[in-house]
Design a protein around this ligand. Sequence first.
Ligand code: ATP
Ligand code: NAG
Length: 378
Amino acid sequence: MMQQSVEESTVGGNMSMSSDENTVVVLGCGAVSVDFLATVAAYPRPDQKIRSTSFKVQGGGNAGNALTCISRLGLKPRLISKVANDTQGREILHELQLDGVDTSYMAVSPEGTSPFTYIIVDSQTKSRTCIHTPGFPPMEPVDLPESSLLSALNGARIVYFDGRLHETALVVAHEAVKKNIPILMDAERLREGLDDLLKLSDYVVCAAQFPQAWTEASTVPKALVCMLLRLSNIKFVIVTLGKNGCIMLERSDNGDPSTEEVDVDKLLESLEMRKNGNIYIPTCISSPVTKLRAEGLGTVCGRLYVATAENIPPSELVDTTGAGDAFVGAVIYAICANFAREKMLCFAATVAAAKCRALGARSGLPYSTDSLLSSFMQ
Ligand SMILES: Nc1ncnc2c1ncn2[C@@H]1O[C@H](COP(=O)(O)OP(=O)(O)OP(=O)(O)O)[C@@H](O)[C@H]1O
Ligand SMILES: *[C@@H]1O[C@H](CO)[C@@H](O)[C@H](O)[C@H]1NC(C)=O
């Protein structure tokens, strides 16, 4: 089964993983898993027995997915994570290798079990329910010898964390800071050790609930301002909102100090009114650089962006599992490719939408040569 999905996920793909020495290297540290995906006509009630309508076994985990995305887009990802030397662990590694992800920094435990996830995709609501079983034994900093750490960081353009394996991640992050390598953090939810990683981050991409959960601010725009106030290194923070697209707040250090303050909630409202929801492809609009006020929290100088998601027809929307990982992978690519911010957000929405058209976190991830990306890649 596993073998089948490995082959499937690479069919039609660009298998000529470039060994070009100029290829941009991205180092990621975080979760890998085997995903057991089943689609069902409707989500079962407790104790009910039902049949799946389709099934797939495929590699998963936030870091595994995002780095697969990055590889297919043409960069050279390296992954720090841990599996056990069981059938599933070997398949996780094999599948990543077929996708061009460098797994030579992975820890492989002779004993124990590899992480796996049951995912139920409800065809009616398109919800995806995940039951994750962490791998054992867990990854510890000793699993990454210093020589491996240094060689993994060697030549890396950016480092990415998904918030898992936080003790190891923090060691990697400190070394990255020492070497002036920027850090991008995917902040899905409150986790142990997350704050330490956030403090060292240059870029943050958050799931919908995260900004308010972390700041306790009353609105998302206020929460984004609050994040920039508390995390002085952050250049931008993005919050993804599923089919409602995303919002980004980018810090600006060279704002005109004489400009009037603008209430950030009102500014978002005015951008939302201008955004065009009738177009099928992702679009992005932004405010000028402004002094943004979050009532009761403070002000930052920055620029607010609002981007739409692709409007996927219901018949083409298959599964949103890993949409966030695809989005993050595309943002990392865009940073490395020096895309303008508007282009970055439209690109990430396009890559994530392609992912949503197939079952599983990886099957739909596009390749740099895919025609759907041609307008971004020239
Ligand atoms: N139903 C959808 N239609 C179109 N685009 C979508 C849809 N769902 C997600 N996307 C795209 O993917 C991006 C990320 O999605 P979302 O906010 O759901 O991430 P997430 O909750 O972190 O996902 P996951 O945890 O499954 O990786 C969105 O900003 C959007 O561009
Ligand atoms: C994994 O186990 C196989 C035998 O089942 C052995 O040949 C191989 O060396 C082991 N690899 C690691 C990294 O422990």
